[in-house]
Ligand binder design. Structure first.
Ligand code: SAJ
Length: 425
């Protein structure tokens, strides 16, 4: 389908790149803007830079014109901002990337263009930060610029849900902007595109869906701590509760909550609500519980070592998995990094391996970990680790296994005579 509209995607990461590819195969003339020159070179070589399999057959058909001069954005009818919105070490939202991307677009805007923010932002950012940037350049929102928010919902590594089929919500400051954004997303995505009544509602949707996940994970993490004191396997209890066909959604305890979304987004709401003198205590408590899990996991290791008369100091500890999520290599807010830092501070000798993050590994592979360690912590449920025969741990003299993702066969590990500590099991 030919489409005479030109689209520019600002930020070609795990959100922007798939969207740019999709827009191109749907017939738009697509421009891509990113500060990372190396990434741009790889895109020009038609590389699948986000390593998402579903893009493999789309990329050869896609054409992404790399923006070499910001002026070229002036040709575009639609500019989509898909840049990171991390938090700083105090968990304060860092909106600098959204600000700078908005400034780039505002200084190179085609009058009448539609500007869409896809980055995750808290309610109020479009009105208080993005809109003034365009007004400062002399534009009138709803007249010669249209601003919309459509929060991204990319789930890295998901083989089923992707940019082409995930339903979306869209908000804008006024009717025309909303219609333009709805028309655009309905032309590229084969799923429901829901109009929100205000742009603030659209901003709130993403924060709410990810905070929902964070508090539910905190719920089962707290259960894991209490049930393990009672000798109850919380994962069996969750599986049992999940047989209820309605009004229950299983979440799973683990060594902690990492990633670019779940542990970050609640802070956006917590901080914004402070502007209204409201304390999101429930979100804060959930964050505190999830942030405690790496240290709870270390306590499990200490207990296991004590059972063999050892302490952390000078203990040879194998760390399997640094990535925050299985089968991808992503360190953002990784709980393992917190565990590694704490164990090193306590004098443990760490042998670290993550097949997806070689630069964070200090051994050649699984065999070396098993040879050198006396206890092993499985902290990411990568498929490679699930394939390790438990007998191999035993053969190599491993005395204790800390199962940070509850992904191993506890019963078999105990039968082999090793100590097993899971999160709530
Ligand atoms: N985690 C748990 N227990 C759970 C689920 C996750 O401890 O029950 C941990 C994971 O180990 C990981 C972290 O939480 O460290 C985040 O896991 P995630 O599965 O939520 O993965 P993400 O960070 O890729 O989250 C994305 C989000 N997608 C978007 O924001 C667009 C999230 O909304 C999705 O729900 C999630 O993928 C998903 O469902 O996989």
């Amino acid at each position: 389908m030919e489409n005479n509209q030109k689209v520019c995607v600002i930020g070609l990461g795990y959100v922007g790149f798939p969207l740019a590819v999709l827009c191109s195969v749907k017939g738009y003339e697509v421009y891509g803007y990113d500060k990372d020159k190396e990434k741009l070179a790889r895109i020009e070589k038609k590389e699948n830079i986000v390593e998402e399999k579903y893009l493999d057959e789309m990329i050869p058909k896609a054409k992404i014109n790399i923006v070499r001069d910001e002026n070229e954005i002036r040709n575009c009818d639609i500019s989509i901002i898909a840049v990171p919105t991390p938090v700083d070490e105090k968990h304060f939202p860092d909106l600098s990337f959204v600000q700078s991307a908005s400034q780039t677009v505002a200084k190179n805007l085609k009058p009448g263009a539609l500007v869409i923010v896809e980055s995750t932002i808290n309610p109020g950012v479009c009105d208080e930060i993005v809109r003034p940037i365009f007004e400062k350049e002399g534009y009138t929102v709803g007249k010669d610029v249209f601003i919309s928010h459509c929060p991204e919902r990319i789930n890295p590594g998901d083989s089923k849900w992707n940019v082409a089929n995930i339903p979306r919500v869209v908000g804008s400051f006024e009717k025309n902007g909303l219609e333009k954004a709805l028309d655009f997303y309905r032309s590229v995505i084969d799923a429901e595109i829901m109009p929100m009544e205000t742009i603030q509602e659209a901003e709130a949707v993403k924060i709410v869906e990810n905070s929902f996940r964070d508090i539910n994970i905190a719920f089962v993490n707290e259960l894991a701590k209490s049930f393990s004191l009672m000798g109850i396997d919380v994962t069996n209890v969750i599986r049992g509760a999940a047989t209820k066909p309605f009004a229950f959604m299983p979440h799973w305890p683990s060594r902690g909550v990492g990633g670019h979304c779940i542990p970050v987004d609640p802070y956006y709401l917590i901080e914004k609500a402070k502007d209204y003198d409201f304390d999101h205590q429930f979100l804060r408590i959930a964050r505190a519980i999830n942030n405690s899990m790496p240290f709870y996991t270390i306590e499990l290791l200490q207990t296991a070592l004590a059972e063999i008369g050892k302490s952390l100091k000078n203990a040879d500890i194998g760390i399997l998995g640094v990535s925050y999520k299985a089968n991808v290599g992503d360190l953002r807010e990784s709980p393992t990094l917190k565990i590694i830092k704490n164990l090193e501070e306590n004098g443990a000798k760490l042998h670290v391996y993550d097949p997806y993050i070689p630069e964070h590994s200090n051994v050649s592979g699984i065999e070396e970990i098993l040879e050198k360690s006396e206890a092993v912590m499985v902290l990411t449920d990568h498929r490679e680790f699930l394939e390790i025969a438990l007998e191999d741990y035993k053969k190599q003299g491993i005395k204790a296994i800390i199962d940070g993702m509850n992904c191993l066969d506890k019963k078999k590990i105990l039968e082999l005579g090793m100590i097993y500590k899971g999160i709530g099991r």
